[in-house]
Ligand binder design. Structure first.
Ligand SMILES: O=C(O)CCC(=O)C(=O)O
Length: 266
């Protein structure tokens, strides 16, 4: 059991998440966590995992996933910080499973946008109660590549991938309301797995944009090993936890070592 203080998410914040598909929660993570994560990010950028992505276009983009299986600081954040308790409150869940962590570093000058999409299509899961917690490790503005969301778009229940031309067309429809926030380090966005979102590159010449995203499933989520999800390249991460997912069948609950249940805490 962790000694981390558990922040109370208000009913208003939970309602904003349910209605808008995203909410910005302020100042939830103490500096000690942020410092620990920034050091872990530095480590990860010089020791990327087997399915990390590094692109250089102007500046550098560094993406990695499942760092918790290889690094004790990322693991401590997931298992011991308040993230699981926050996800449980937002999803009003009796229990939550951790899905994976996802690091997105946009260095100054990186120009390529992340196009409109939502997250669920890439996950080998079925169910409604899934969200991501996007934690800012730097000050974030639209200029440095902050995320923008289409308000209420989770309610459309559409799956959109970045490659779908439809996603761009939909996002540019004049009648839609976009949501975005300037953020301080330690602020956190929580978005539903079906909320459509995008971000620009990092136009700053000096400010980094490091974000750690953790992805969560609440009640009623089941396994759905569709071939067009991350399940197709999961073996490449080469860690023992992966074996556990291969014992699941379509429709099973997601109790396995790769998706540990972290709320309630053991
Ligand atoms: O960090 C970004 O710019 C995009 C984040 C994103 O697409 C996600 O968290 O699903």
């Amino acid at each position: 059991m962790s000694s981390a203080k558990i922040p109370k998410i208000t009913n208003q914040e939970i309602e904003a998440f349910e209605q808008d598909g995203v909410v910005c929660l302020r100042g939830l993570f103490e500096d000690v966590w942020l410092e620990r994560l920034r050091s872990a990010v530095d480590w990860n950028m010089t020791n990327p995992g087997p399915i990390a992505t590094n692109l250089t276009q102007g500046g550098r983009l560094h993406l990695d996933v499942f760092m918790w299986t290889r690094n004790s600081d990322f693991r401590a954040f997931v298992f011991e910080s308040p993230v699981a308790a926050i996800a449980a409150q937002i999803l009003k869940a009796e229990k939550v499973h951790f899905l994976f962590d996802h690091l997105l570093v946009k260095e100054p000058g990186y120009i390529k946008p992340i196009l409109w999409h939502n997250d669920h299509p890439d996950w080998p899961l079925q169910g409604w109660n899934m969200c991501s917690l996007w934690v800012a490790l730097d000050p974030v503005t639209k200029e440095t590549g902050g995320v923008q969301y289409i308000k209420g778009s989770h309610q459309w229940r559409k799956w959109l991938r970045q490659k779908d031309a439809l996603a761009e067309a939909v996002a540019h429809s004049a009648s839609l309301e976009l949501l975005s926030w300037n953020m301080a380090p330690g602020d956190c966005l929580v978005h539903h797995a079906l909320t459509i979102h995008a971000s620009s590159g990092n136009a700053s010449t000096s400010t980094r944009r490091r974000a750690l995203v953790t992805r969560w499933a609440g009640d009623g989520v089941t396994y759905d090993p569709r071939p067009d999800t991350f399940i197709t390249h999961i073996n490449k991460i080469g860690v023992k936890e992966v074996n556990s997912i291969h014992r699941l069948h379509a429709g099973d609950s997601i109790d396995c070592d790769l998706f540990p249940q972290l709320w309630p805490r053991a």
